[in-house]
Design a protein around this ligand. Structure first.
Ligand code: DX5
Ligand code: ZN
Length: 256
């Protein structure tokens, strides 16, 4: 299993220690970029990614939760993103027609802020989506596409062959520390079947509420080969041990 600790959940007064924890055994470092529009939260931008790039040789796995990723591709690639992942639901990618961002149930969310009911189908401008994916590649980074828990698998399949990574969200994006939602397990299974049938090699990464003991096992069984973990690493008593346990997911018993 590829493990990508989410720096959002780390203690930023000890950022160097957080990076060292990741370097103890993780593969990538996950950077959550939020713009306060696509999701109801703000985090950090290219300067933080550039800072982390100076601190570590771990590939930076940058998750853009922003309205207009195309406008920021150059800045995030120059900052050192190895993988740049954008959301299929972002208005600047898929065009208008998506519902307003749902309010998450996690830290910072007001009680009773339920997610909006999922629409049956979205209207996606695939030509525009492909242009955005190509813009990331043209700059020299690997390209990922992220999907919220309410986005149907069928809307992702047309572009799976053009991706280095599919990021399946198991929480509504916006906050770390939320409870895992099981519905996207079906998306992982179908994407894994597609990948097998075509001998494709894109990663299936999962983000939201991942812990080695329970949800990690379920996503590994569903075909995920990469996991993001925030609270599951940085809020554990033994973060290095948590990385080791996540690394062992999906491996044959006794192989860890
Ligand atoms: C949520 C972010 C996640 C988050 C994961 O919007 O994309 O990467 O930091 O945190 P945990 O693992 O605590 O759910
Ligand atoms: Zn993320």
């Amino acid at each position: 299993m590829i493990v990508s600790p989410s720096i959002l959940s780390a203690d930023w007064t000890r950022l160097a220690d957080a990076v060292k924890i990741a370097e103890s055994g993780a593969d990538w470092l996950h950077c959550d970029v939020m713009d306060g529009h696509f999701v109801p939260n703000l985090t950090f931008g290219p300067p933080m990614v550039a800072t982390l790039h100076r601190m570590t040789r771990l590939p930076l796995d940058v998750h853009l939760m922003i309205d207009d990723p195309l406008a920021f591709v150059p800045a995030f690639v120059e900052a050192g993103s190895a993988i740049l992942t954008l959301h299929i639901e972002a208005p600047g990618v898929a065009g208008p027609g998506w519902p307003a961002p749902v309010r998450s149930h996690g830290e910072g969310a007001a009680a009773g802020d339920a997610p909006a009911a999922a629409p049956a189908q979205h209207t996606i401008d695939y030509a525009r989506l492909r242009r955005t994916l190509a813009a990331v590649r043209a700059r020299g980074a690997k390209v990922g596409l992220a999907a919220r828990p309410d986005t149907p698998y069928d809307e992702l399949e047309p572009v799976l062959g053009e991706l280095d990574l599919l990021l399946v969200m198991t929480v509504y994006p916006g906050f770390s520390g939320q409870a895992f939602l099981p519905a996207p397990l079906e998306t992982m299974r179908r994407a894994a079947a597609y990948r097998r049938a075509r001998n494709d090699t894109f990663h299936i990464e999962v983000d939201g509420g991942i812990q080695a003991e329970d949800t990690g096992v379920r996503v590994a069984e569903a075909g995920a080969d990469a996991v993001v973990a925030g609270h599951g690493i940085y809020r554990q008593p033994d973060p290095v041990g948590a990385i080791r346990a996540l690394k062992a997911l999906g491996a044959p018993a006794g192989a860890a």
